[in-house]
Design a protein around this ligand. Structure first.
Ligand code: IMP
Ligand code: MG
Length: 188
């Protein structure tokens, strides 16, 4: 029987490290938004679903949630550059304090596009929180307000992040065995 853990070359961030960092991020966010009870967390699907779940549960103050789907990488491991909204928010953003919750920032194209798109909806404020950040891969500058971990230029899976729609359920952030994706890699 196939076990996803067998496909892992190494664990980059284990469960306790993830949970500690998320508790600290939640505390930092709640302190920054102390003046409002109208915080709206926007989960960028699919990759951020587990992070959103843990971040939201680490908060003790009231907040609302909404969900948005953006185009994914398909089978490859680098972005095509074009970003598409495949599922939009349920409610308008005007006058709301909005925090985008993302799994990872790589080229920056997804968030640069999302920020522009959501700013056009006239929120009272708009900030970005990402669990993972790959600064060395940036092609488009993005102002990120909250970063869980800066990581090296490695393709990672687990804790919501997929390769070919698998591995999202792994409870840690890990690097796959290279033979599993070597044929699909288009990193330079
Ligand atoms: P960007 O537009 O290049 O910044 O890419 C952002 C999106 O690409 C993320 O929201 C992820 O869905 C996906 N992505 C980027 N790097 C990785 C990775 O190492 N593993 C899994 N997905 C990734
Ligand atoms: Mg994502």
């Amino acid at each position: 029987m196939r076990n996803l853990h067998d496909d892992i070359a190494s664990v980059l961030i284990d469960q306790p490290a993830l949970q500690n960092r998320i508790q600290a991020l939640a505390a930092e966010i709640e302190a920054d938004y102390a003046d409002t009870d109208d915080l709206l967390l926007i989960c960028v699907l699919k990759g951020a679903y587990i992070f959103l779940g843990d971040l939201s549960r680490a908060m003790t103050r009231p907040h609302h949630l909404d969900f948005m789907g953006t185009s994914s990488y398909g089978r490859g491991t680098t972005s095509s550059g074009a970003v598409q909204i495949i599922m939009d928010l349920k409610a308008p953003l005007d006058g709301r304090h909005v925090l985008i919750v993302e799994d990872i920032i790589d080229s920056g194209r997804t968030l640069a596009y999302l920020r522009r798109n959501l700013l056009a909806r006239a929120p009272a404020s708009l900030r970005i929180c990402t669990l993972l950040n790959k600064p060395s891969r940036r092609e488009v500058p993005v102002d990120v307000d909250y970063v869980g971990f800066d990581i090296p230029d490695e393709f990672v899976v687990g804790y919501g992040l997929d390769f070919d729609e698998l591995y999202r359920n792994l409870p840690y952030i890990a690097i796959l065995k290279p033979e599993l994706f070597a044929h699909l890699m288009n990193h330079p």
